[in-house]
Design a protein around this ligand. Structure first.
Ligand SMILES: Nc1ncnc2c1ncn2[C@@H]1O[C@H](COP(=O)(O)OP(=O)(O)OP(=O)(O)O)[C@@H](O)[C@H]1O
Length: 503
């Protein structure tokens, strides 16, 4: 959470000034600006080159266009990659140039979609990255990075006159990959641009998804770049090794795997400040609560007080309870959440604060987006579940939590909430209780933004809201009505309500 300025002597907070002051500049951008490096017109420029399997490229089209016409149009079949093959057919002299080097000698003509011989200047090409877990797309990238002059996908698949069945086979026959070599190459290439933390994540991803044969060899060969950051702050090599292992263990846990299943050096308990606890649980237990927030409870208004007491009673009984805090903008929903979070956390219990949007999540202490915290799939149909496993750190965290908050639930599709409900029933082993018998508080305002259903009709949008969920009936409604933001300006508060209610 952040607080840029304090209330003035009358206790008023200028929310507009807060918003403007809180403009976020990333560390790399800040550094770039401090050193006075140019922010634009860098030369040579870098051109991102798409990478796709046959007929899997992106096609942009007008919303009103007829899809059969779009598919039939010649332009739709063209991409930088397909036209690279075509350029190789048309310009035999260019056949020694790799795809990634093509922008150095040709310019991409966006409108007509073809590579035109370059007459001036120079450009650097970069093929977008692909993860080994993506399979064929990754091997296609390996081939394109090493083989020049191919005139089609079939030509790329042909090795010594024989058509291979897959890009992997072609790469193998050319000796470009051999057992774990691809994984080695993947890490080696990433080492040129990725931060040590990203390399550790990639290493963990490879362990989980790529089944490397020689895990220990891979570890030995890439340990140094993966530990760069820790080596800067710690001199003892054993300590550094343990820190890298602990970090990778946390990542594996969040993917539902145990580091002990892989032949890596052992974790020494003496170096493990977490004593084997899941990363999610440690992160959440370490969320600081603002001591001032514990005092908010004494200034709650009557409606907030009722909600506060009911929710805390449910937390105390630990026997479940699902609430919906319904309040138009400015009625103090966030104020109430802060008081609740501080109360639960001050007792050493876990309270999980989430919101549908990142902005709303960032104003709650320790807030995360619901999708990220609960690992909700991006596209969620009826009956879906979250993607965490029963053994994962997320599941453990949810089992331990005393209170779960989800703000702006009115903006999310009901299927996302139902996915959380399904998973919670599963991990808690109580299929008969909503959310497995946890205290869950949703909040929001149906007068504000509703879930987005692309090209959805009014009926479809309504069907996607939380009110249409089978869970809605079981939610205890807690209404906030007094506008605390505009309590000195009743006309404005009424006006806002009328806009929201459409009256
Ligand atoms: N009980 C209270 N006592 C004093 N100030 C309060 C109280 N409740 C809310 N406020 C103040 O009212 C303003 C609006 O509250 P808050 O941001 O919590 O509302 P909200 O319902 O979350 O609004 P929105 O839906 O627009 O996000 C804030 O400045 C907050 O500090």
């Amino acid at each position: 959470s952040f607080s840029i300025d304090q209330p003035d002597s009358d206790g008023n907070i200028d929310e507009i000034k807060r918003y403007v002051d809180a403009r976020w500049v990333t560390p790399p951008e800040a550094m770039w600006r401090i050193f006075g490096f140019p922010l634009c017109a860098n030369d040579p420029s870098v051109l991102q080159l798409p990478l796709h399997l046959p007929n899997m490229h992106r096609v942009a089209f007008n919303e009103q266009a007829d899809l059969t016409d779009v598919v039939a149009s010649e332009k739709a079949s063209k991409s930088m990659l397909t036209e690279y093959f075509k350029a190789n057919q048309n310009h035999p002299w260019a056949r020694n140039i790799l795809y990634k080097d093509f922008p150095g000698r040709f310019t991409w003509q966006k409108g007509k979609k073809y590579w035109k011989e370059r007459v001036e200047r120079y450009q650097i090409g970069r093929i977008v990255s692909a993860n080994p877990a993506e399979g064929e797309r990754y091997y296609l990238r390996v081939l394109l990075n090493h083989v020049a002059g191919k005139t089609s996908y079939e030509d790329l698949l042909t090795v010594d006159g024989r058509l291979c069945g897959s890009f992997r086979e072609a790469a193998e026959r050319l000796g470009l990959i051999e057992a774990d070599n691809t994984l080695d190459d993947c890490l080696t290439e990433a080492e040129q641009w990725a931060m040590p933390c990203s390399l550790r994540r990639l290493f963990a991803t490879i362990l989980v998804h790529c089944e490397p044969g020689d895990v220990r060899g891979l570890w030995d060969r890439h340990f140094e770049p993966m530990s760069d950051d820790y080596r800067r702050s710690h001199t003892c090599p054993i300590e550094v090794e343990q820190m890298v292992l602990l970090d990778i263990r946390g990542m594996l846990q969040s993917m539902g795997k145990d580091i002990a299943d892989f032949s890596l050096p052992c974790i020494d308990d003496a170096f493990d400040p977490t004593e084997g606890e899941a990363r999610e649980v440690i992160e959440e237990s370490n969320v600081d609560f603002d001591i001032n927030d514990t005092k908010l409870a004494s200034s709650l208004n009557l409606e907030q007080r009722v909600a506060y007491d009911e929710i805390l009673a449910s937390v105390e009984h630990a026997d479940g309870g699902v609430f919906f805090v319904d309040g138009p903008g400015g009625t103090g929903k966030t104020f109430l959440y802060r008081a609740l979070l501080a109360k639960v956390r001050s007792k050493g219990n876990i309270a999980i604060a989430t919101a549908t949007s990142g902005v709303a999540a960032s104003i709650m202490p320790g807030g995360r987006t619901a999708h990220s915290r609960f690992k909700i799939p991006l596209t969620c149909d009826d009956g879906a579940s979250c993607t965490f496993t029963k053994q994962s750190g997320t599941a453990k965290l949810l089992r331990m939590a005393s209170l779960i908050l989800w703000d702006e639930a009115t903006m999310t599709k009901r299927q996302a909430v139902e996915a959380l409900d399904n998973s919670m029933r599963d991990i808690m082993g109580r299929r008969d209780r909503p959310f497995g018998g946890k205290t869950v508080v949703f909040g929001g305002d149906f007068r504000q933004v509703l879930p987005v259903v692309r090209r959805g009709s009014r009926g479809q949008i309504i069907d996607a809201t939380l009110r249409s969920s089978h869970l809605w009936k079981g939610m205890r409604q807690l209404r906030l009505v007094t506008n605390m933001r505009a309590h000195n300006d009743t006309w404005f508060a009424d006006y806002l309500l009328r806009v929201g209610n459409g009256t």
